[in-house]
Design a protein around this ligand. Structure first.
Ligand code: FES
Length: 106
């Protein structure tokens, strides 16, 4: 398992996504209103929309293209839509944000 520092918590405004590249991976980072941090693959399961541009509400992000609602915890699109985005464990330590490059869930 690889753990990668992707920035500081200050660089992550609440309820806004941030796109980060780690090698060939493109991830969307999110910080919720209550300060939890999530990392998901930055590609909507519908047609590949840029999730980092989506609107965050609670533990969900709404895709900017067609408004699918994706759970940041497990990556599942919410019914009636179907599909799943890869999720990665994100942690905050001493104000720095780290992502573990091993998929969670499934
Ligand atoms: S590409 Fe995300 S909802 Fe269509």
């Amino acid at each position: 398992m690889m753990r990668v520092k992707v920035g500081t918590i200050e660089q992550l405004p609440k309820r806004l996504g941030k796109c980060v590249h780690i090698g060939v991976l493109e991830l969307a980072l999110f910080r919720t209103q209550d300060d939890r941090v999530y990392a998901v693959e930055n590609r909507c399961p519908h047609k590949g929309g840029d999730l980092s541009q989506g609107i965050v509400s609670g533990e969900y992000v709404f895709c900017p293209l067609h408004d699918w609602k994706i759970c940041l915890r497990d990556g599942q699109a919410q019914a009636p839509d179907e599909g799943c985005v890869k999720t990665y464990r994100a942690t905050v330590e001493d104000g720095c944000v780290y992502v573990e490059l091993q998929e969670t869930g499934e």
